[in-house]
Write a protein that binds this ligand. Structure first.
Ligand code: BGP
Length: 492
């Protein structure tokens, strides 16, 4: 039996995002967001962005493709858009929070939809949108659940994408900061933990950034604006409440070289830098030398305003939040047939690991390795704000859902976190499994890929009565929280 418990105030909880969970798409004054214009999909049929041109013609592209310059957001009445209803937290918040409380959540991570609060993304406020979050936050506090707010998770008001080309414009920084200031002030005494941008390292498409082009120049300029916006948000937030804990959030996929061949080791180093870059800027407060050199080589010129470097240096974050689902492998000789689909990227297959039904390598030890690597490099508290197994769940005739595979996955990952804390001395403040209640998959747009402890009756086409049901993992996780992790460690 492993002893040496998790820290006393460890934040056990769960995580969701507005565009995948909330629904209520145009309810009570909300404006459309970019995520509302991506169709559903499956593993084999990709999600599509629908748009309209100035002459009224319509079109659609996959998220990897650039949109025509003048394309505007378009919702096609003949298409199914999962975000419009998602799994309807908008109308089930009371019931869902009661279920989170029943599991004993100490915290709950969710995002505030920018277009619910500022329908166009501009400085026009929607009081009814704010009232929705007032209710949610008050309900969480009623159960002593600490709200953990992601300010931006994979979408933006459609108007900003249409009129300003999203984050490629500096104007978007100003509007974003207005949104931040509004919610910081409103929840000054109710929310302590914030994080600015979800998975900042993998933001790239029109839906996430509102940009119509996807060339590296536009992409990195947009990212620069996001860095400035995030750092400035930290500065503003701290003025509103100096006790705010404001973090960044990165999609952490550790990369291993396939072997000791130096070419593979170098490729692996470069892969890892692609995500360390974001932590370097947001934790250290300046662009790292390797990225500046890369920009020079590629002819990428970041246009900065005089104050930007000061803003970046001043607005460093309090903690690193990260998602962890899988690891990856660098192999310079990998052929197309050696590659597997991972979280929004293709990587070489690791022969030592099993994979989920969606091909994501399952690597609990990789979580311990990641925690150590990040902590060794930055020495700031770490918050695992996403982890989980997307799987097909089956409702048995008696109504039960026996997701032992999910329990097994969590057990091993919780053991790895425990090792990182007790054997490596990493400062981990919390753990919020992703999609603690079933929601729409970000990657594929389907419902079949489920992560939750709570099942939601809805299928890939949006059919179902949205009723909630506890899975076997619900009671298991409840016990884990009740025993502050011990029950997950007692299993051999
Ligand atoms: C992360 C996102 C989440 C979430 C998760 C699982 O990248 O932050 O929004 O969806 O991955 O991915 P998917 O939904 O594609 O299975």
């Amino acid at each position: 039996m492993m002893t040496n418990k998790f820290p006393d105030n460890f934040l056990w909880g769960g995580a969701t995002a507005a565009n995948q969970y909330e629904g209520g798409y145009l309810a009570d004054g909300r404006g459309a967001s970019t995520a509302d214009a991506i169709t559903g999909g499956t593993q084999t049929s990709p999600r599509m962005i629908t748009y309209q041109l100035l002459d009224g013609t319509t079109g659609k592209v996959t998220r990897e493709k650039a949109l025509p310059t003048n394309a505007k957001t378009y919702i096609d009445p003949d298409q199914y858009y999962p975000s419009h209803i998602a799994t309807d937290f908008y109308h089930h918040w009371k019931e869902d929070i009661a279920l989170f409380a029943e599991m004993g959540f100490k915290c709950y991570r969710f995002s505030i939809s920018w277009s619910r609060v500022c329908p166009k993304g501009t400085k026009e406020l929607n009081e009814d949108g704010l009232k929705f979050y007032d209710q949610v936050i008050d309900e969480l506090l009623k159960y002593d659940i600490e709200p953990v707010v992601t300010i931006n998770h994979f979408d933006m008001p459609a108007y900003l994408a249409d009129e300003f080309d999203g984050w490629s414009s500096r104007k978007t920084i100003e509007y974003f900061l207005f949104f931040c200031e509004t919610i910081f002030n409103r929840y000054r005494d109710k929310v302590k933990y914030w994080m600015t941008f979800n998975e900042i390292n993998i933001l790239r498409s029109w839906t996430q950034l509102g940009i119509h082009s996807n060339d590296p120049q536009t992409l990195y300029q947009a990212k620069h604006h996001i860095f400035v916006a995030s750092a400035k948000a930290v500065e503003i937030g701290k003025k509103i409440n100096k006790d705010f804990q404001i973090g960044m959030m990165v999609c952490y996929i550790p990369n291993y070289p396939k072997n000791c061949r130096p070419e593979n080791v170098l490729e692996s180093l470069q892969f890892n830098r692609e995500l360390e870059f974001y932590m370097d800027v947001q934790v250290r407060g300046y662009y790292p030398a390797y990225k500046i050199k890369e920009f020079e080589r590629k002819g990428i010129k970041i246009s900065k305003e005089a104050d930007d470097d000061r803003i970046l240096a001043k607005g460093t974050v309090d903690y690193i939040g990260f998602s962890y689902y899988m690891s990856s492998v660098s192999d310079v000789d990998a052929q197309e047939s050696d590659m597997v689909i991972g979280n929004q990227m293709k990587v070489a297959k690791n022969p030592y690991l099993e994979a989920s039904d969606w091909g994501w390598a399952i690597d609990p030890m990789g979580l311990r390795i990641s925690l150590s690597k990040i902590y060794d490099r930055y020495q700031v508290p770490l918050f695992i704000v996403e982890n989980g197994l997307g799987a097909y769940d089956k409702v048995e005739d008696d109504g039960s859902i026996n997701d032992d595979y999910r329990i097994d996955y969590f057990q091993k990952h919780i053991q790895a976190i425990h090792e990182a804390i007790t054997l490596d001395g990493v400062d981990v403040i919390g753990y919020t499994p992703w999609g603690c209640i079933d929601l729409v998959s970000a990657g594929t747009g389907e419902m079949d890929k489920r992560y939750g402890f709570i099942y939601v009756n809805l299928d890939n086409e949006g059919e179902g009565d949205l009723s909630r049901k506890r899975k076997k993992s619900f009671d298991w996780y409840k016990k884990v929280i009740e025993t502050n992790g011990q029950s997950a460690l007692d299993v051999q």
